[in-house]
Design a protein around this ligand. Structure first.
Ligand code: NDP
Length: 449
């Protein structure tokens, strides 16, 4: 598909001219605008109110210096960001990513996607994203703490429980959230739900850690059920071995699937007998070791150097849970020819546009990230609700709400696709369902002159 609608094309061309180097951001915008064409054609109020040109421009971008001192006493400087993209339906909400690849293009792509994802959750949260090019790998705890404190010293001026509530993402787990929360509390002298992903007993929500991986499997299960299928007896390949991948492994197994492969950025493991998520949890969360270490636990498993080959393993269900653009067109063709029936994205934008086109052409089930991995942010919003009410819900209560939300996201995305004549196209359905609520709120709030 290409952007043919003249209004959308003009907006997109202008965006390319203004941000020629931001390729991830442009890729994300193009994909969304392509699927909004029937909506813009059916609703002249969208163009009349300049909704799309406002939507593609972040409300605010904050970029700042993060100086910190390493263990040898040397001053280091990283670059910090917060992209506050859209607050039409609630305070900005989205993760913080700490990874050397972080730049404005990646954070704008993630922030843009977050707008629609958050809208899809049915909860009142706007879209944002942030992070830094700091690499936590190989840093001591003290170095990570000093970095997080310095990062928050600046960020604290721009966030708040009713303004912007960041969470974790790649490289930001419970440890980093704790250091940042502590610094925010020291600076502002308040204990509020300004970050989500907090520790249990310090304002965190039960089931938040598991939420993205569990939610991904609940969504995939809905998609499979609608097609008269299920996880039962299916071979599942999951990329990555971080937060999303670990809990997707657990839930896919609970639902009757067998997870036979996982990866990290060095390589992948293949275990035809099924991978026990507890072993991966120990390797990754306790030992912080490489996935190769799995062979120490299960010597019969196979390790292959290099991560992209994971998609050559024949499977019924593929869940990419590592990073953006990790599954390209060639890998998609191999998955299809090996008989894969469903792909659902746990990571953000893991499939390239060429890969998605292949899945759609082959007619296999495809759950796009902004719908399939929305369980994490949905549960973050449930954490915000618990913080505001000074309550904490049980694991079962949160998990049940999460499951209900994922079922609703599937239903709304699938119905939106049908309404605009694209039945079965969840990419379009999720974009449309997420967009309409935000567009209506933007029109309702007017433009400031
Ligand atoms: P983590 O940092 O916990 O894990 C990322 C995992 O992916 C690590 O195992 C990492 O390996 C691996 N990885 C990175 N690059 C590659 C690669 N090129 N090929 C194979 N593996 C790779 O992050 P999360 O699990 O939290 O996030 C994963 C994805 O899910 C991201 O796209 C994130 O934006 C998205 N997401 C996360 C949510 C959450 O709640 N955590 C919510 C919604 C989306 P290594 O250790 O070697 O770097």
């Amino acid at each position: 598909m290409a952007i043919t609608n003249s209004y959308l094309k003009t907006v997109y061309d202008g965006l390319v001219q203004r941000n020629p180097e931001q390729k991830e951001f442009l890729q994300a915008v193009e994909e969304v605008l392509e699927s909004l064409q029937p909506v813009v054609e059916a609703r002249p109020d969208i163009q009349a109110n300049g909704v799309i040109e406002r939507l593609v421009e972040p409300e605010r971008v904050i970029m700042f210096r993060v100086p910190w001192v390493d263990d040898s006493g040397k001053v280091q400087v990283n670059r910090g960001y917060r992209v506050q993209f859209n607050s039409a339906i609630g305070p900005y909400k989205g993760g913080l990513r700490l990874h050397p690849s972080v730049n404005l293009s990646i954070l704008k792509f993630l922030g843009f996607e977050q707008i629609f994802k958050n809208s899809l959750t049915t909860l009142p949260i706007g879209g944002g994203k942030g992070g830094s090019d700091f690499d936590p790998k190989g840093k001591s705890d003290m170095e990570v703490m000093r970095f997080c404190q310095s990062f928050m010293t600046e960020l604290a001026k721009h966030i708040g429980p009713d303004t912007d509530v960041p969470a974790g993402d790649i490289g930001v787990g419970g440890r980093e959230i704790g250091y940042m929360f502590g610094q925010y509390k020291r600076l502002q002298n308040e204990f509020t739900g300004v970050l989500t992903g907090k520790a249990i007993g310090a304002g965190g929500s039960l089931a938040r850690t598991e939420a993205t991986g569990y939610g991904l499997c609940y969504f995939t299960d809905e998609m499979l059920k609608d097609a008269g299928k299920s996880f039962e007896g299916k071979n599942v390949v999951i990329s990555g071995s971080g937060n999303v991948a670990i809990y997707a492994t657990q839930k896919a197994t609970q639902l009757g699937g067998k997870v036979i492969a996982l990866s990290d950025s060095n390589g992948y493991i293949y275990d035809p007998n099924g991978i026990d998520y507890k072993v991966i949890k120990e390797i990754k969360e306790v030992k912080r070791a490489r996935i190769k270490t799995y062979l120490d636990y299960v010597p019969s498993a196979k390790y292959t150097e290099g991560c992209s080959g994971i998609w050559t393993i024949p499977c019924d269900i593929a869940l990419p849970c590592a990073t953006q653009n990790e599954l390209d067109e060639e890998s998609a063709k191999v998955l299809i020819s090996n008989g894969c029936i469903a792909v659902a994205e746990g990571a953000n934008m893991p499939s390239t546009p060429g890969a998605i086109a292949q899945f759609q052409k082959a007619g296999i089930l495809f759950g796009p990230a902004k719908a399939a991995n929305a369980g994490g942010v949905a549960t973050s919003a449930l954490e915000m609700s618990q913080n505001s009410a000074r309550l904490s819900w049980s694991f079962e209560e949160v998990d049940a709400k999460l499951k209900g939300i994922m079922q609703t996201i599937y239903k709304n995305s699938s119905e939106a696709a049908k309404r605009y004549g694209m039945e079965g196209n969840l990419v379009a359905g999720a974009n449309i369902a997420g967009f309409e609520k935000v567009a209506n709120a933007m029109i309702w709030q007017g433009v400031s002159y």
